[in-house]
Design a protein around this ligand. Structure first.
Ligand code: GLV
Ligand code: MN
Ligand code: MN
Length: 405
C-alpha cells in the first residue's frame, strides 16, 4: 500500500499553479484538481465524498455505530513545496480506509477522512482556514482579507464553489467528534537523528500571524535628498532585523518574515508603503504574546523615528495545543506494536491537529523525513517509513475500535 501512497503523492505533486515547482494555494485550479483526484481515490476506498462550504474534501466510511473519528491533513501547499507536507497524511488515511473496505470491515464508529483545503495560508496569510471551518471555529472577520491580487477570501470561497456565509455557522454536534488523528512528516531532523521511523507528538507550538508595515512618502529616487525621505521600505528593513533579534534573544522562539512588498514598486521611486508578514512561534503562549507585543512596540518606534505611519494587523493567534494524552497513549501503543520503540516529541510546525485539538481529543504521528528538509522541493520520505505509518494508523484504528466496542 505504501507504494501506491508514494505514487499518489507523486501524481498530486504535478497539480500546481506554477511550472516546475509545486505551488497549490487555497481555491486555485490546481486545488480543485487535487480534490477531484483524491475524491476518486476516496470513492474507490468505499467512502461517500463531499466538499464542505470552504472546500474541504470529506470522505466518509460509515461505521456500525454512532460517532465519527476523523483522520486527515491538508491538500494545499506552500510556494515551491515538497511532495509530502499534508498530502501524505491524507493519503495514508485513505489507504487505511481502503484496507477496511477491501476486507469488508466496519468499525463501531464512522471514519471521516478530510483533505483540508487550506492549512498553509499561502494565499491569505491565514493558517488552518480549512480545519477551522470543519471544527466549527472559523472567525468570520477573516472573510474580508484580501490576497495579493485584491480578491477577498469571501469571493475566493464563492469561486471555489463554497458558501462564505456558511463558514462561521459551526460544525456538527461536539459529541459526534470522537477524536482526530493526523499523520504528517516531521519536517525536522530529530527522528532521523535517532534512527526512528515514526514518533508521537506531544504538543504543537502556538503561532501569531501579523501583517505589519509603514506608510511613508513616495518620491523621485534622483531628487529627494536622503535626509528628507520617508522611505517605507527602509523602515520595514529595520523591522525585519528587529524580528530576528527579538526571536534570537528569547530561547525557544522563532520569528520569520517570509514576505515583503513595497509600493509603488519601481526602481526609481522611493517606496511610499511597505509591508511584511510576521510569523512568530513559541511553545508557551505567554512568551509568544510578549514577543508579539514587543514587535508592535518596535514598529511604532521605527515609524516615529522615520516619520512614517505604522500599520499593525494581527490577523491570527493560534494557541499552543497539547495532544490528548489518552489518544496519544493509544497511538503510542500502536507504534510499539509495529516498531521497537516509541519516541515522543513536540512540533515546531503548525498542523491541523492543533485546531482539531480545540474541538476533540487529537493525536499526531510524525514520519521521519530526509535531513528534516521541508517547505522545500527536496522534501523526501522513505517508502518503508510510509509502510510503518500505514501499519501504525491501521493498528490504532483497531485498538480504538476495541476500546469502543
Ligand atoms: C505549516 O506548515 C506551518 O507550520 O506553517
Ligand atoms: Mn507546511
Ligand atoms: Mn503540513
Amino acid at each position: 500500500m505504501a507504494g501506491s501512497v508514494m505514487e499518489r503523492c507523486e501524481l498530486l505533486s504535478k497539480l500546481s499553479e506554477e511550472p516546475h515547482v509545486l505551488t497549490r494555494p487555497y481555491g486555485s485550479r490546481a486545488m480543485g484538481e487535487a480534490n477531484e483526484a483524491v475524491a476518486r481515490w476516496m470513492r474507490e476506498a468505499g467512502m461517500n465524498v463531499r466538499q464542505d462550504a470552504v472546500g474541504n474534501l470529506i470522505g466518509r466510511y460509515e461505521g456500525a455505530g454512532g460517532g465519527t473519528f476523523v483522520l486527515g491533513s491538508h491538500l494545499d501547499t506552500v510556494r515551491a513545496a515538497g511532495k509530502y507536507d499534508g498530502v501524505l497524511g491524507v493519503l495514508v488515511a485513505v489507504a487505511c480506509v481502503q484496507r477496511l473496505h477491501v476486507r469488508g470491515e466496519r468499525l463501531p464508529f464512522s471514519v471521516e477522512v478530510v483533505g483540508f483545503a487550506d492549512e498553509e495560508g499561502l494565499r491569505f496569510g491565514t493558517a488552518f482556514l480549512g480545519s477551522s471551518v470543519y471544527a466549527g471555529l472559523f472567525d468570520g472577520r477573516l472573510l474580508d482579507l484580501e490576497d495579493g491580487d485584491g480578491e477577498s477570501l469571501r469571493d475566493a470561497v464563492l469561486n471555489f464553489g463554497g458558501d462564505p456565509e456558511a463558514l462561521a455557522r459551526g460544525a456538527r454536534e461536539a459529541s459526534d467528534f470522537l477524536g482526530y488523528c493526523e499523520v504528517h512528516i516531521e519536517q525536522g531532523p530529530v527522528l532521523e537523528d535517532l534512527g526512528l521511523q515514526v514518533g508521537v507528538v506531544t504538543s504543537i507550538n502556538g503561532q501569531s500571524r501579523v501583517r505589519a508595515g509603514f506608510a511613508g512618502h513616495a518620491g523621485h529616487a534622483g531628487t529627494v535628498p536622503m535626509k528628507m525621505r520617508k522611505d517605507a521600505l527602509c523602515a520595514a528593513a529595520e523591522l525585519v532585523l528587529e524580528v530576528e533579534k527579538a526571536a534570537r534573544s528569547r530561547p525557544g522562539a522563532v520569528g520569520t518574515v517570509g514576505e515583503i512588498s513595497a509600493q509603488p514598486g519601481a526602481g526609481n521611486v522611493i517606496p511610499g508603503e511597505a509591508f511584511v508578514s510576521l510569523d512568530l512561534r513559541h511553545p508557551e503562549d505567554e512568551v509568544r504574546g510578549r514577543l508579539r507585543d514587543h514587535l508592535e512596540d518596535q514598529t511604532r518606534k521605527i515609524a516615529a523615528v522615520r516619520g512614517c505611519e505604522p500599520v499593525w494587523k494581527a490577523h491570527q493567534e493560534i494557541p499552543a495545543a497539547r495532544m490528548d494524552p489518552q489518544l496519544s497513549g493509544l497511538l503510542g501503543r500502536a507504534v510499539e506494536e509495529v516498531v521497537p520503540a516509541v519516541h515522543r516529541l513536540p512540533s515546531g510546525a503548525g498542523h491541523d491537529a492543533a485546531l482539531m485539538a480545540a474541538r476533540c481529543p487529537a493525536a499526531l504521528l510524525f514520519v521521519r523525513c530526509e535531513r528534516g528538509i521541508s517547505h522545500h522541493p527536496a522534501e523526501a520520505v522513505a517508502e518503508e517509513d510510509v509502510e510503518v505509518a500505514i501499519a501504525v494508523t491501521a493498528r490504532f484504528l483497531e485498538l480504538l475500535a476495541r476500546d469502543r466496542a
